[in-house]
Design a protein around this ligand. Structure first.
Ligand code: ATP
Ligand code: MG
Length: 216
């Protein structure tokens, strides 16, 4: 039985916070591989709020290509409609019945899960394990843990946490830096930086502001 990590995200763009999280999870939990799964349409965002899925997919490939233990899946990119993790995990369970699946998240996503904000949270926790990493700016309130413990019962044991070297990097900040002409060097892999420049990503006003007719 192989232990497989799954690193889901919007990756708009992928950065060193994602890569360190995946690398540390692989090391700390003895995973044989981490599969990056860029989503097509994050359920909590309007489709126009995120970059074209193919751009995000290609940037994820560029960022992971030098690591022999990292792969990228098109499973969510190719599935129409909002990308729900439960659908992805069910499909992976079907296609890899002999593998043990570990879904990797940051502390912000863990809080959403413990609040039951992800579709079919309880079923999800029964189908795979979760590894939640520390992330600067986010912590999980012990009262959230205890109420989730109460609601989720034994399934909460499928959630484990890990400390990683602090990486105060977010895609939101990188997009704002590109838009404002501030440096992004050392926050994300160079090929991804070059891809962003080549395709002139993140240059305009944020999508929300554009829709409202606001200037950046
Ligand atoms: P955005 O600012 O657009 O939300 P993001 O930086 O949060 O982007 P996502 O694609 O939303 O990146 O995150 C994918 C996963 O990676 C989530 O589980 C998130 O918690 C985790 N993650 C992102 N950045 C970090 C970081 N710096 N440290 C630890 N985990 C992170
Ligand atoms: Mg995020």
């Amino acid at each position: 039985m192989r232990k497989i990590g799954i690193m889901g995200g919007t990756f708009d763009p992928i950065h060193y916070g994602h890569l360190v999280t995946a690398g540390e999870a692989r090391w700390q939990f003895g995973l044989s591989e981490v599969i990056f799964v860029p989503n097509r349409h994050p359920p909590h965002k309007e489709p126009g709020e995120v970059s074209d899925p193919e751009h995000r997919y290609l940037m994820t490939i560029l960022a992971t290509v030098t690591n022999a233990h990292f792969t990228v899946s098109r499973i969510e990119i190719d599935r129409p409609g909002p990308s729900y993790t439960i659908d992805t995990i069910r499909e992976l369970r079907r296609t890899r019945p002999e593998d043990d699946l570990y879904y990797i998240t940051g502390a912000d996503a863990l809080t959403q899960i413990l609040h039951g904000e992800w579709r079919e949270t309880e079923q999800l926790l029964g189908l795979c394990r979760f590894i939640a990493s520390s992330r600067p700016g986010y912590s999980v309130d012990p009262s959230v843990w205890s109420s989730a413990n109460h609601r989720l019962g034994a399934r909460i044991r499928n959630v484990q946490t890990m400390e990683i070297p602090a990486m105060a990097i977010s895609s939101t900040d990188i997009r704002a830096r590109v838009r404002d002409g501030r440096p992004t060097k050392y926050l994300l892999p160079e090929p991804v930086e070059e891809y962003i420049a080549k395709h002139r990503l993140y240059m305009g006003a944020p999508a929300g502001a554009r829709e409202m007719g606001l200037q950046a």
